[in-house]
Design a protein around this ligand. Structure first.
Ligand code: TNX
Length: 424
């Protein structure tokens, strides 16, 4: 119920709260548990490198939302485990606590699963544009799992069904009605591939794949995709989403799905991820009323694969351009008219890799906008300042913090974009 949800949200915020006190005697960081302590130490580290270092300062701080994430598409182009570890450090500094990995799509299958080794073996090597593929073997995945755990970041692995499955069909022809494997796909169209509900191989595939994913990945949630299935009637879509959700729930995990899954019956506590603001939010609001939690990834604000402006070399434009202020100057509470703000679990930025081929490509789009989204997720609207002001007009504003973060990105050797309006 709503009171229960409010209490749960409060507990989750408290777990991440911290108090940081700098005095003549030294520095004291207090928290009720490891998550808050970690945030306090992260902020202390930033203070110690010269940001706002004021003796006598006391910071009492807690996040607005318990889910503050980044979704990374490692399917269109692969991202080596070493580079994922670098991203985990970026997330930790921004006090983001979820890394969602989009592991499968039409163009590639990026995680070796014990029950279906053909998936990575036959569809791991491809990528958009005929570029070199790659996938995580057990050892690489363990490194990601351990690194995320050490930084207090939850991993949410996604296997996208029932659409976006050409790589799976290519590897496992029994998933197609005629039993013939389609060719590998290296373009960037969406919506054309699909599972088929009535085939004997379909349910075992779902059951085994999500069971493997749960065995390999500690955590509380598994993402089943659910987006952009353009070649299926609603009845079959709902059956397939339910079959995938059953497979997830059989592992004891909660379901996450893109907003389209709100048209299927969902267990309370499932997470519905909004992305396409062009669609009517009616199903999403109804699902929230029935107990789903809503994760906000509005394309026009936090799809960080959108270009900054017309001159940006990489990226797409379908949700518009996202200059830095657009990523910052929006309020999760008012984004979806008619959605009870209590049902919002958090904010997740996303980056899709149709046009990006390396960590440097990704970070040139992510940074600095990811820092802005992280503040939207952490800080309540009323206590934020506009991004447009200069450092002197806006002494506590985002622009100054961004300039300080840029030093940490430089120190890590990361490529980032000198957006206008910031005293870099
Ligand atoms: C929409 S977001 C998609 C992805 C694309 C992305 C590109 C979503 C659930 N589907 O398949 O990669 O746009 O911005």
């Amino acid at each position: 119920d709503d009171a229960g949800q409010a209490a749960a949200l409060h507990r989750e915020r408290l777990a991440e709260a911290y108090r940081l006190q700098v005095s003549g005697d030294g520095v004291v960081v207090r928290a009720v548990g490891p998550a808050g302590l970690r945030h306090g130490l992260t902020v202390l580290g930033l203070l110690a490198t010269g940001v706002d270092a004021v003796p006598g300062v006391t910071v009492v701080d807690a996040p607005r939302y318990p889910w503050r994430g980044l979704s990374v598409d490692v399917a269109r182009h692969p991202l080596p485990a070493d580079d994922v570890l670098v991203l985990l450090d970026v997330l930790a500094d921004l006090r983001l606590n979820v890394l969602h990995l989009h592991l499968t799509d039409d163009q590639g299958w990026r995680l070796d699963l014990p029950s279906r080794p053909e998936l990575a073996a036959r569809s791991g090597g491809t990528a958009v544009g005929g570029d070199t593929g790659g996938w995580y073997d057990g050892a690489a995945w363990s490194r990601i799992v351990e690194a995320a755990g050490a930084r207090g970041i939850a991993l949410v692995p996604e296997v996208d069904v029932p659409g976006h499955v050409n790589a799976a069909l290519h590897a496992l022809p029994e998933l197609t009605p005629d039993g013939v494997a389609p060719p590998a796909y290296t373009g960037i169209d969406v919506g054309f591939s699909r599972l088929t509900a009535d085939l004997p191989a379909t349910e075992p595939f779902l059951r085994d794949v999500f069971a493997d994913l749960a065995r390999l990945t500690p955590g509380t949630h598994l993402h089943l995709g659910g987006d952009e299935v353009l070649t299926m009637d609603r009845e079959e879509y709902v059956r397939l989403v339910r079959a995938a959700a059953d497979a997830v729930e059989a592992t004891g995990r909660a379901v996450v799905g893109w907003q389209e899954v709100a048209t299927a019956p969902l267990a309370p506590g499932s997470v519905v991820q909004l992305w396409d603001e062009r669609e009517d939010p009616g199903h999403l609001i109804a699902a929230a009323t029935r107990g789903a939690r809503v994760l906000l990834s509005p394309g026009s604000r936090v799809y960080l694969d959108m270009k900054y402006d017309a001159a940006t070399e990489l990226g797409l434009e379908w949700a518009g351009h996202i200059p830095l202020p657009r990523a910052y100057e929006w309020d999760p509470v008012t984004l979806v008219p008619g959605l009870d703000p209590q049902h919002v679990v958090g904010v997740e930025a996303a980056i899709w890799s149709e046009t990006t081929r390396s960590l440097a490509d990704l970070t040139s789009l992510l940074l600095p906008r990811l820092a802005a989204v992280a503040e939207v997720a952490w800080t309540a609207q009323g206590s934020r300042r506009d991004v447009g002001g200069t450092a002197t007009e806006d002494p506590l504003g985002l622009t100054r913090r961004l300039a300080a973060f840029a030093r940490t990105w430089d120190a890590a050797g990361l490529r980032w974009t000198r957006t206008p309006g910031v005293p870099w």
